[in-house]
Design a protein. Structure first.
Length: 503
């Protein structure tokens, strides 16, 4: 942790050590939510083959989080709170909120553990209530109108598609699983979209910021073309496996990031002024941060999704992730490296450690910014996280358990994918069911019964960030502040950035 400005009666070295102790004691939510591989495969197999009415996995990290671990962490937080109370602003508020967020994350893990372990119905209900209260405090809750709009639009699109006899039977089954209020066949989209001007501005900014990183994707493919090319539908395509993605990430961090300050400066002198100031401002931040933020570890391992852990500088890539296209890998570069890693570095160059790990309430903006950069790279806006939002809504508003949500989702996915009058094959049905199992797990992970709202951040955050970018369109300085640490779009967080200082 970097130098803070505590009052005279607090020893900065003691506070630094105690805060680092809290970081180390804090359970990692994403890592904790990875199920045991054997139990996962068994649960998915039973679900898809119809041999179970419920879906249950084992979570060894959650089960292994002891009361002693929780108590030790609580003791550490209480000590830190008493120390932080005496700090001046903005340090006082920043640290108090960061400490409280870590307390809530630990409480969430304990509630999941107690829920999975409970055999008594009363104890299970108490754990479920504690889980939902903490879940909503950390991640918010779905909005019913948004949920109904997103789901209703999918139903309307399917309704107006000409269906084969078997597809019609599946559609009727789907309708029987859903409430009447989302089955309006005239429902149309009436949600935010950024302007063409804003998208064009961000496309130029993204290329200015990230083209030096992205060239490593092309150079890696050129060097490993023979092992990356496969035949698909009578054509040769490039498919990138998780181990290749790991190598690309390593190349960027080991080579490009250390060269970024100089090259970013050169990018700002191309004569294209749109986005150039954001590149220059960010270059100034990176210049003072990259040399102080080394030791990143990237591994292919058991994981639910790609995860950048700012506490440990650890990037985890799922070993069972499907092979990726070149464009998908480039989107991952701007999202995972260009946002998550970069803001860890820029925030870590300040005197406020939570700027590197995330100010309270940063998560939606951080994921939304990652998605916005992906959209801007492509030059095309897409609403993010719709399927996760719908799953959360099915659980929260329509009381669907895991299997109930899964039954809705595989039918939705299949019917969306079919062409007019196309008869679904068993292979297509199985593919839709596999997809539904994997995506439904994202919302029910941890308990397999209760919805976890963490993934609402993709939809909410993308909307928040694009609405913010629309308001600041062309203001490169405001954009550079958003990349100067793990913050949200509020003026309060921007003031923290402006009032912090480099170390």
């Amino acid at each position: 942790m970097k130098e803070s400005r505590p009052s005279q009666n607090i020893d900065p070295e003691v506070f630094r050590g105690k805060y680092q102790e809290l970081v180390e004691r804090s359970p990692k939510v994403i890592e904790s939510l990875v199920p045991d591989q054997e139990s996962k495969e068994e649960a998915i197999d039973k679900l898809i083959t119809g041999n179970t009415a419920s879906f249950q996995q084992e979570y060894p990290i959650i089960a292994g989080y002891s009361d002693e671990d929780y108590t030790a962490m609580q003791d550490t937080t209480e000590t830190l709170i008493s120390m932080a109370e005496s700090m001046s602003e903005p340090e006082r508020t920043v640290y108090l909120q960061a400490i409280e967020a870590r307390k809530q994350e630990a409480t969430l893990i304990v509630a999941m553990r107690d829920y999975k372990a409970a055999t008594d119905p009363t104890a299970k209900e108490v754990a479920a209530q504690r889980f939902m209260e903490t879940n909503i405090a950390l991640y918010g809750e779905p909005d019913k109108a948004t949920y109904e709009s997103l789901l209703g639009e999918k139903i309307a699109n399917i309704f107006h598609k000409k269906r084969s006899q078997n597809a019609e039977a599946i559609f009727q089954d789907l309708r029987n699983l859903l409430p009447e209020n989302v089955q309006d066949d005239t429902r149309t989209q009436d949600r935010f979209r950024p302007s063409v001007e804003t998208m064009q501005w961000m496309n130029e900014v993204v290329h200015g910021l990230y083209d030096n990183m992205l060239r490593h994707v092309d150079s890696y493919i050129e060097a490993h073309k023979s092992e990356l090319q496969i035949e698909s539908q009578n054509e040769t395509v490039v498919k990138i496996q998780p181990t290749h993605l790991r190598d690309i990430f390593r190349n960027i961090l080991a080579e490009e990031f250390l060269a970024l300050p100089k090259e970013v400066g050169e990018a700002g002198q191309t004569g294209d002024t749109r986005g150039a100031q954001a590149v220059t401002d960010l270059g100034d931040i990176v210049t003072r941060s990259v040399e102080k933020d080394t030791g990143w570890n990237i591994e292919v391992t058991e994981a639910k999704s790609i995860n950048v852990d700012p506490d440990t500088r650890h990037i985890r890539i799922p070993q069972d992730r499907e092979a990726m296209s070149v464009n998908e890998v480039k989107r991952l570069v701007v999202h995972e490296i260009g946002v998550h890693v970069l803001t860890r570095m820029t925030g870590g160059s300040t005197n406020l450690e939570p700027l590197a790990q995330g100010l309270a309430g940063f998560n939606d903006t951080q994921e939304g910014l990652g998605k916005a950069m992906e959209h801007a790279l492509k030059g095309e806006y897409q609403e993010a996280g719709i399927d996760h939002y719908i799953t959360a809504g099915l659980a929260y508003f329509d009381d669907k358990d895991f299997k109930g949500a899964y039954d809705v989702k595989w039918r939705l996915k299949l019917l969306e994918s079919l062409k007019p009058d196309q008869e679904p094959t068993q292979a297509e049905i199985n593919k839709a069911k596999q997809w539904a199992a994997n995506t439904t797990m994202r919302i029910y992970r941890g308990t397999d019964d209760l919805p976890l709202f963490k993934d609402l951040c993709y939809y909410n955050g993308s909307k928040e960030v694009w609405e913010y970018l629309e308001k600041i369109c062309g203001d490169d300085l405001q954009l550079s502040l958003l990349l100067a640490g793990k913050i949200n779009t509020s003026k309060k967080h921007q003031r923290v950035i402006l009032e912090s200082h480099s170390t």
